[in-house]
Design a binder for this molecule. Structure first.
Ligand code: NOJ
Length: 760
């Protein structure tokens, strides 16, 4: 009997343990519970190695849908994936591929934790919008948000749930190839655009099937690479860091961004990836960021080459202690962190913190509730290249075009009876308009300028290439080869131009000439294009120069000779249609430059919000001792904020009124031309004297206004502490008394000015 009772009680204890476990197991899978409860429960079940696994991100490594052999690195990655030692993968795309890796994570690993799937969805997935710099030229935040929404729509339909965008690096040096990926030189415009892009990608509910996680990158300073050479050293002071570089990152947090990417560069002697000040002190402590930080590709291991870590083990220790939560392709965390924790060099609490941050985002995406929610074949087919995304891409492309010059009013073109010569290799190119960040877009899928123009059938078009721009077929990883010798097409181009009413010359950079690793020291028209332009000009000066480029170029000769210049960047899939509609005036251009165009590459870095210096003006006739160049003006050829329309706008009645600690500014803007148009009204301030010197002008607001001929509107702005203050050299935000100037107009060059004073 005693034995029987013992047996029964043992049975009951075991039963209660099992049922407890059974109940327990449901906790992290229980959708009724809060995400924090679910994360805590899951964490309590994970081994140290499994937690570290969540911090490991691998690039796609074998053809998951085919029979490719799994060897070398791929074998290790596959093994790690099955053990649950991979938290994320990038560059796996398409419903079939994503489903295949997700299935291993969910069905073969001990805890079945789903992967978060990342991809560089920079300006679209398969249907491309204009490059981000071009979109910034629209100054149209609604359209920019919409463009990110469309990118998320396509990406989420092919299994992707995390984009490495937006790049919010402010950049002032057009030599840097990645200026194409950002919002240009201004921190205020950049912050507004960062906010719009994050909102566009993430929406208000990450668990929806058409929203994806955004990533503010590259934290921090990447856009300030010395000499504009990619990956180069960055050395900037507190004032630039806090007032120029940080604000777009803060705006991304305001928009709810869930991830940050650190950066390849060192910042003031410490690589960003191993920089505790940036990641732990500023981002996670001061800004309260509760998402996670992913390293840039291999940037943990690169700390060895930087001369900051002695080996991979040391690099892993530095990176985690500094606050990098996920390792992209360095193999540092997966191979070294367990040892480091066991040796006491890394606190387990840091691993827990990083893992929790990552798991939380996966829960927010809803991946635990349905790991295959982004893997719907039908949806994939329906969404890719759909009318909705194509229409949005065309709309964004038109809004991104900037009219730099229109002297003889050649533009808009007449719709009938014109003999039009089209010249330039880029006019027929269907790949270059896609830019360099187009991993999922297929070659030759952009509408070329020639194709776009062909929709206007009442004019006669004759095309001549004139010269090849590139040799061979450029791609994502290799250097572009430029034609510098073959002029055999010049004669044909000149003869075609000679008899034309108007010559449209489509010149500029190939899409693969800007982007990552694509810095340049010369910013003129590449190859033989300048020569071609000058030759054609000799036979017919009635030229419209259509520029395709990923960065500001030096256009001194063109500005002095060519009557009309239209900046058309790389506009994505709908490029040619957008350009044709603007050339013909079916869309009146309203874009404004987000970066200054230099006169000469020697002026770089060049930006409108420079400091005055102690010697800003000529002291007397022929005296050299002032801040200038002997051989070139200081100013930009086309300044930040510049952009014309087919109509003109007049500004008058600038007024400022103070109420409490706020200043209300207003101005009347009138359309004094003949057609309807849109104008981006810009307000700048200058804090005339301060404990830390302030720029000559700083953008503090803008509004886009649409006006019919003769129509007038009053545009109002409010300036409060947020606009009038700045960060001092201790990193504290201060508003100092004194005189402030206010400028309003259609570009940063505006001279319409008033002033007010803040009293002690
Ligand atoms: C390196 C780039 O710097 C980064 O922006 C990108 O997201 C990663 N590669 C992943 O492709």
């Amino acid at each position: 009997m005693k034995n029987f009772i013992k047996l029964i009680s043992t049975f009951l204890v075991l039963l209660s343990v099992f049922s407890c476990q059974e109940k327990d197991q449901l906790i992290y899978k229980n959708q009724e519970l809060s995400i924090d409860e679910r994360v805590d429960d899951l964490m309590s079940r994970m081994t140290l190695e499994e937690k570290i696994g969540q911090m490991n991100q691998y690039n796609g490594f074998w053809n998951v849908t085919g029979p490719s052999p799994i060897q070398g690195d791929a074998a290790k990655k596959y093994k790690d994936l099955r053990k649950g030692y991979v938290g994320s993968m990038l560059n796996v795309r398409g419903v079939d591929e994503v489903k295949a890796v997700q299935k291993i994570a969910v069905e073969e690993t001990r805890l079945g934790i789903p992967l978060i799937i990342g991809f560089d969805v920079i300006h679209g997935y398969e249907t491309l919008s204009p490059i981000p710099l071009a979109e910034a030229a629209s100054w149209d935040l609604k359209a920019i948000k919409k463009s990110a929404e469309m990118a998320a729509l396509e990406a989420s339909a092919v299994g992707i749930n995390w984009t490495f965008a937006p790049m919010v690096d402010v950049s002032r040096d057009a030599r840097w190839g990645r200026v194409m990926e950002g919002a240009g030189e201004d921190t205020y415009l950049g912050s507004k655009i960062a906010y719009a892009r994050v909102k566009g990608f993430q929406g208000d509910d990450l668990s929806k099937e058409n929203t994806i996680v955004a990533c503010a990158k590259h934290f921090a300073g990447y856009g300030f690479a010395e000499s504009g050479r990619d990956y180069n050293t960055v050395d900037v002071g507190t004032s630039t860091l806090y007032n120029i570089i940080f604000p777009p990152f803060q705006a991304s947090i305001d928009a709810g961004v869930k991830t940050f990417m650190n950066s390849f560069n060192e910042l003031n002697g410490v690589p960003a990836t191993g920089n505790k000040f940036l990641q732990r002190d500023v981002l996670k402590r001061d800004w309260n960021f509760d998402g996670f930080v992913v390293s840039d590709w291999g940037s943990i291991a690169e700390m060895i080459a930087h001369g900051h870590a002695k080996n991979l083990n040391h690099a892993a220790e530095i990176a985690i202690n500094a606050g990098s939560d996920m390792d992209m392709e360095s193999y540092a965390y997966v191979d070294e962190l367990t040892k480091l924790v066991k040796e006491g060099k890394v606190k387990e609490a840091l691993i827990d913190d990083a893992t929790k941050r990552i798991l939380k985002v996966k829960f927010e995406l809803g991946l635990f509730d349905d790991p295959y929610k982004y893997c719907n074949k039908e949806r994939e087919e329906k969404v890719l290249g759909s009318k909705e995304v194509m229409d949005a891409s065309l709309d964004m492309a038109k809004k991104s075009i900037v009219l730099l010059k229109n002297n003889r009013n050649i533009l808009p073109l007449k719709k009938e009876g014109q003999n039009i010569a089209v010249i330039g290799a880029l006019a027929s190119d269907k790949t270059s308009p896609l830019g360099s960040w187009r991993i999922a877009a297929k070659d030759s899928t952009a509408v070329s300028v020639l194709e776009g123009l062909s929709a206007y059938k009442q004019n006669k078009i004759t095309y001549a290439k004139g010269t090849e721009l590139v040799l061979g077929t450029p791609d994502f990883t290799t250097e572009v080869k430029i034609n510098t010798t073959d002029r055999s097409g010049f004669a044909e181009a000149k003869s075609v131009a000679k008899n034309a009413d108007v010559v449209i010359m489509v010149l500029g950079e190939h899409g693969f000439q800007s982007g990552e690793g694509r810095s340049r020291t010369e910013l003129g028209l590449p190859g033989l294009q300048q020569e071609l332009l000058e030759e054609v000009y000799k036979v017919n000066s009635n030229i419209v120069l259509v520029l395709n480029n990923g960065r500001p170029l030096t256009l001194g000769w063109a500005d002095a000779h060519i009557p009309s210049i239209l900046e058309c960047w790389q506009l994505g899939t709908q490029s040619g249609n957008a350009i044709a509609q603007v050339l013909y005036g079916d869309y009146n251009p309203s874009g404004k430059l987000p970066m200054s165009f230099p006169r000469n590459v020697g002026q770089l870095p060049l930006y409108y919000n420079y400091k005055n210096t102690g010697r800003p003006t000529l002291p007397g006739k022929d005296i050299v001792f002032w801040s200038h160049y002997q051989d070139e003006k200081n100013s930009a050829l086309y300044p930040f904020g510049h952009g014309l329309s087919y109509t003109q706008f007049a500004y008058e009645n600038l007024k400022v009124k103070q109420e409490g600690d706020k200043f209300f500014v207003k101005i009347d803007v009138k359309n004094i031309g003949k057609v309807k148009g849109k104008e981006v009204v810009q307000i700048y301030i200058q804090d005339v004297f301060a404990s830390v010197t302030r720029p000559v002008k700083e953008l503090k607001g803008f509004e886009m206004v649409s006006l019919l001929p003769n129509e007038e509107k009053t545009i109002k702005f409010t300036l409060s502490d947020k606009e009038l203050g700045f960060y001092n050299n201790q990193g504290n935000f201060v508003v100092e008394p004194g005189k402030f100037k206010v400028f309003i107009g259609g570009s940063s060059k505006t001279v319409i000015e008033t002033s007010f004073e803040i009293y002690e």
